[in-house]
Design a protein. Structure first.
Ligand code: AMP
Length: 537
């Protein structure tokens, strides 16, 4: 690096990475209010909070979200996690040495050196496996046997090799060793979670929650990560608030209650103009969704030429996802496609009708949207989405659905499941757009003090007021009263407590209401009573 480049690098200003952002006060107060409301509303429906890791085994998401999805294919942040302890570093070192070593049959020392490196690698790898440090999969044992077998092959070589054939076999053996070593998995793939349903199901299985009274009702909140193209309402680190019910029956009342809870929450946070869409995607059987998908594929084949490249590709990989398309040019064509409601089996039809009836019983307004689908096999029956105004094209604030096959897919017992995830960033955006951001801001009391004795009283007052829950600003250095009152105004304080040596000597403190300019004097003990009354007024 040249001096100039180094200097530039030194003075470089860092910015938040693309697609991530800082959420600052006063906006964070709104986030806290939203999250607090989630805690309160979900608790009234009997949900408990689960806190999950932010990264997990890559394969968990691969299996749960599906290899054919954009999330897994293109959008996951994957981490190569090193093996624990020094042995991982040693294995990496030996692996690099082995990869880059050239071995000439004319130089027996090189052959010996290669053998030593290779033996050391196999020995270290055996220890790593025995100690459970190296990652394992279904191929590990077979792979390790190959590695060991190659030691025998290398040992066959005499120290001096004369014939060209010897040399050829040596080259081939060395190359084979290099390939075996290269293919050993020394790191474990982890991924930043793109969603949390997979983690909740993993936790349900890992902690044997099927032994608890069923169903188990859990909710979570926190950041998710997807490498999407950032735009308004779409970020690479975004926040979700979600809930899942696992176990118990798949009674339509459960589906309806999950949705009722969601709408209660939206109502409590003051979201306006939210629209709830519901649909049923049946279950994965020939007389239900599978039969429908076959019909959909056939219909799509007929109009293939009129579809864009994304939809054309999806006809074979995930035809249901064509229905998600937002492309203007495809809308009229999609409107002519067969609809799943006409192809549900009797049981799924009955279930769907009952969910709608249950929603009506609970006074939850909904619209049906036959295009609301989830492209994965374990999703079944109820799907729902909520849109909100003020968000442009990214107007979905929540998506959810029933996923009765997921726990089993992840190695657990057959377990019914239903849940949703709210996009918190979008919810906040929508609240801001509609002006529903009224969270108490600014300080309650600014203490304008002057003089040594007044300062001691100011510290005492700050302590007492904070104890009573007031937000208090106590300036760390003395200010003239005029300046202090100006500062109090700027901070949006409701009251200024004026404390000078006179006030302290008289035992009468002055409170100024900043909005009216009105000033009143109080004794120290009356002051708190007055402010408490004002707060509840
Ligand atoms: P999903 O997990 O894809 O069903 O998403 C559930 C909700 O999360 C969506 O309805 C959005 O509100 C929100 N969401 C998904 N992806 C993003 C993103 N990249 N940025 C912001 N919010 C998102």
């Amino acid at each position: 690096m040249s001096d100039a480049t180094a200097k530039k690098e030194e003075g470089r200003k860092f910015q938040a990475t693309k697609g991530t952002r800082d959420i600052l006060p006063p906006e964070t107060a709104l986030w806290n209010r939203v999250e607090q409301t989630a805690h309160e509303v979900f608790a009234t429906f009997g949900y408990g909070e689960i806190r999950l890791p932010v990264f997990e085994d890559f394969r968990l998401f691969q299996r749960a979200v599906g290899v054919e999805t954009d999330i897994v294919n293109k959008e996951m942040y994957v981490l190569d996690d090193l093996m624990e302890g020094e042995i991982g570093a040693r294995l990496e070192y030996l692996r690099v040495q082995i990869q880059y070593m050239t071995v000439s049959s004319a130089l027996p020392t090189e052959v010996e050196q290669f053998k030593t490196l290779y033996n050391d690698f196999v020995k270290a790898y055996r220890i790593a496996l025995e100690r459970g440090l190296a990652p394992r999969d279904e191929f590990t044992d077979r792979h390790f046997s190959f590695l060991e077998a190659m030691i025998g092959r290398l040992d066959l070589f005499p120290r001096d090799m004369r014939t060209p054939e010897d040399s050829f076999v040596l080259d081939e053996t060395v190359n084979n060793c290099k390939i075996q070593v290269r293919e050993i998995q020394l790191t474990e793939l982890k991924a930043l979670r793109p969603e949390a349903t997979a983690s909740v199901c993993r936790a349900y299985i890992e902690h044997n929650m099927q032994q608890l009274p069923q169903p188990v009702k859990l909710y979570y909140l926190g950041p998710m990560f997807r490498r999407e193209r950032p735009q308004k309402g779409r970020y690479r680190q975004f926040y979700q608030i979600g809930a899942e019910i696992l176990g118990g029956p798949d009674a339509p009342a459960t589906d309806a209650e999950v949705i009722e809870m969601l709408m209660t929450f939206f109502d409590k946070v003051g979201l306006q103009g939210a629209t709830l869409y519901v649909n049923s995607i049946g279950h994965s059987a020939e007389n239900c969704r599978r039969g429908y998908v076959a019909k959909l594929m056939a219909a799509l084949e007929k109009v293939k030429d009129k579809l864009g490249p994304d939809s054309q590709r999806r006809i074979d990989t995930n035809p249901l996802r064509v229905l998600d398309s937002k492309l203007e040019s495809e809308q009229a064509i999609i409107a002519t496609l067969p609809r799943i409601a006409d192809h549900l089996c009797d049981e799924c039809k009955t279930h769907y009708a009952a969910v709608k009836r249950q929603l009506e019983l609970r006074g939850v307004l909904y619209q049906e949207n036959w295009r609301l689908v989830r492209g994965l096999d374990y999703y079944m029956r109820t799907t729902f989405e909520i849109t909100a105004p003020g968000l442009g094209s990214q107007n979905a604030v929540c998506g959810g659905g029933r996923y009765d096959g997921l726990v089993e897919l992840l190695g657990g017992p057959p377990t019914k499941g239903i849940g949703f995830a709210i996009g918190e960033d979008r919810l906040i955006l929508s609240l801001q757009e509609s002006g529903k951001t009224n969270v108490a801001q600014g300080r309650d009391v600014y203490i304008a003090w002057m003089g040594e004795r007044a300062y001691a009283a100011a510290i005492r007052a700050a302590k007492d007021l904070r104890k009573a829950g007031f937000s208090v600003e106590l300036p760390p250095v003395e200010q003239k009263f005029g300046k202090a009152l100006g500062q109090a105004d700027k901070l949006g304080a409701r009251f200024a407590l004026i404390l000078g040596d006179n006030e302290v000597s008289e035992g009468l403190w002055t409170i100024k209401t900043l909005s009216t300019g009105e000033q009143t004097k109080f004794t120290e003990s009356d002051l708190l009573d007055y402010l408490v009354k004002q707060r509840s007024a």
